[in-house]
Write a protein that binds this ligand. Structure first.
Ligand SMILES: [Zn+2]
Length: 128
């Protein structure tokens, strides 16, 4: 038996090796962002170096029935108990304009389901 540690494969390597006909948009790719849930229920969007790019603050929901929702970051649809509403100020607006979105409470699962960075890049885009 070899003393070398076992080689670890990324999801991208596995898909490309075992499922070469997978459409390009479904092939996992490294993300430029990391999502972290904070203790207030918000989400911090960090770059790979750990620098905070934008913070999404939680938005209180009206009490009562929680219908199913769809995550704006990973497109997963789930029960209203698994997703919440958040908002962030539009970069460059000095806090005068907000962007609202729906996102999963489980940021690790959301990060794993997100196919690309387009949804996060839209949050970071400057306002018109
Ligand atoms: Zn999600």
């Amino acid at each position: 038996m070899s003393d070398e540690p076992p080689k670890l494969y990324t999801g991208r390597e596995i898909v490309l090796e075992l499922f070469p006909a997978t459409p390009e948009r479904l092939v996992p790719r490294p993300s430029a962002f990391v999502l972290e849930r904070d203790q207030d229920g918000g989400i911090a969007v960090l770059d790979r170096g750990g620098a905070l790019l934008i913070r999404l603050a939680p938005v209180a929901r009206a009490p009562g029935k929680m219908p199913p929702l769809c995550c704006d970051l990973c497109s997963w649809s789930g029960p209203g108990t698994e997703l919440g509403f958040l908002r962030a100020d539009v970069p460059g607006s000095e806090g005068r304009r907000w962007r609202y979105l729906t996102a999963c409470f489980d940021t690790a699962a959301c990060d794993a389901r997100r196919l690309d960075d387009a949804s996060v890049a839209r949050l970071l885009a400057l306002g018109d």
